[in-house]
Ligand binder design. Sequence first.
Ligand code: PEP
Ligand code: MG
Length: 688
Amino acid sequence: MEERRLQVTSRLGLHARAAANLVRVASKFQSNLTLQRLDGNGEEADAKSILSILTLAASRGTALRVVASGVDEHEALDAVVGLFSRDFDETEKPGADLPPVTQEFRCKGLGVSDGIVIGRVLRLQEGTRDVYRAVIDEADLERERRRFRAAVRLSRRQLEAIKHRAEKELGRGHAYIFDAHLLFLEDAKLTRDVEDYIVKERANAEWAAKVVGDRLLSIYTQINDEYLRERGSDIEDVIQRLLANLTGEGPKYPNLSEDAVIVSPDLLPSTIAELNLNHVKAIATDAGGWTSHMAIIARGLGLTAVVGLRNFYHRTRTGDRLIVDARRGEVVLHPAQETLSQYQLMEDAYGPTPAPVGPVDCGPLATLDGVQIALRANVELPAEFQAVRDFGACGVGLFRSEFLLSRPGLMSSEQEQYETYKSLAQAAGEYGAVVRLFDVGGEVAPDAKQRERNPALGLRAVRFNLRHKEIMRTQVRAILRAGAAGRLSLVVPMVADVADIRSAKHVIDEELERLAAEQASFSEVRIGAMIEIPSAVLTAERIASEVDFFELGTNDLVQYTLAVDRGNDKVSDWFRTLHPAVLYGISRTLQAAEEASIPVIVCGEMASTPAYAVLLVGLGANDLSMIPAMIPRVRAVLSQISAAEAREVALKCLGLATADDVEELVRNEFRARWPELFPPNTLPKALE
Ligand code: PEP
Ligand code: MG
């Protein structure tokens, strides 16, 4: 055995990248190599294990003893000491590193709902279960550790089986990856740390596994070595397997924490629908835009949300403190005490918009020149039904029914759907509700391989329904049956032309006949078409002659007219609601409907922005559907303008060439005509 003493002299200390270099050098020798801190408790680390080295937390100036024992101990020591003296052969400038994770870090995104929330990070990736923290009684800690060990054993058996199959079907070359997974699973660093965490923090096994897993992951994501960093996804995989095996058998905990902030690269709407809203206070995602479905749902549920944060997810760990400020479109990770105190003062004052107390105005409003306008509610989840009355909506203009399909491959039964539509009809009352057939597509496929390259242009909405007729038939039957219990209509999403409508109506007619033959209780319902893609706009007259009403989906209309992915933050600058081509499409659709004497409900996000709502009225709309919480604001604005004046502005907009031109004109006209209604900070961002 031989040993040497040395000191860490590099500016950033023995951090991840340096540790990776040390592992690489140490692994060339047969001898055992350990590092011991000469201060503190004399912590020791295996110089061939990066996880172990990092736990030393050896910053600049730390004195260490390196001990080598084995056949090549002398050479090994020389190599290690040489590496320390060369500051670990680091070539990159320190500035290229991510900031230390515990320093206050702000990240700008897009606030898509109201509110300020101070909470704790809960990292979530698609396919991951939501895991909450529970405080475990002293007496039950041993049970938690046993549950964890059982999950490790089960995961090992599963991985061995997968490895065996991979070897048989793909050959040894491809099965090696599962060796790595098995190694992670057996690494005492993971298993011991989880068990220690359970005992020390009196935590449930799921939470402990998630916290420890996230710590390991964050170590890997900081490594500036592609190979090692890539191993992070293997750890993630293993942790997810453990969590799945744990949550499958776990007991229910009554005392879960209530300040979870979901941090995720992206979230499927179905994932949000599945979250336990008693525990989740806010959402922060790397992807997304104002009209992405996840943003729409977050607004509908009154969840504070900031999207489009790009690379934020990888900077976080479960359990970190995080402020989500949707007003400024910003998140603050590890807030300093001063920042925290400032936000604590604001948190209560800026929660999501609560329902008004006492009676609210309801029924259609009238503009100053007497044009009647109905404001309806867009809803998505049963949790929102109450809001229809609370905010004075004229019924439900759009029920996005997709949550009933929320687990990929799993659909609610006809009876479950029937119950939901029935309570929707009751909540909507005399004005009724419009149920949209499932608007889903490739993005909900459970298996990445089945996902389409371009889901927005793929087997989505009506196409999905026509291809999966059993799913469509079940939904249609449930709607027709619930139609007997209240006022319901049905709208077909994303029709491209009259052929889509005819095919959909054919299925509906068949189900009507079948219900009649079964002597079931049902009712015929009005059938509408969503006009949201350019081919439907251009053939609107023909579609109008075959349906009872139109719904104008401005979110998709902008997306498809301008060829801008509504959920992609990289192109959000091109998502211009006030583009003349979009306004033209809206105007054309409204005219076609008027000529055919059918009503149009405008139900995209555009309707819920007061300035845009004025333009819609100017273009001829008199029926708008929006997030319930926005109804009072839109009502207040529309009842103080004249539709004729709005029309003058809208006509001028239609003659312009670019979105910039329209926005400038709107800014000037609105300020000149309605200065009290539109002070600068109430105009949408694009207009400022
Ligand atoms: C739209 O496209 O404007 C719309 C209302 O539907 P969704 O946002 O659900 O696609
Ligand atoms: Mg749409």
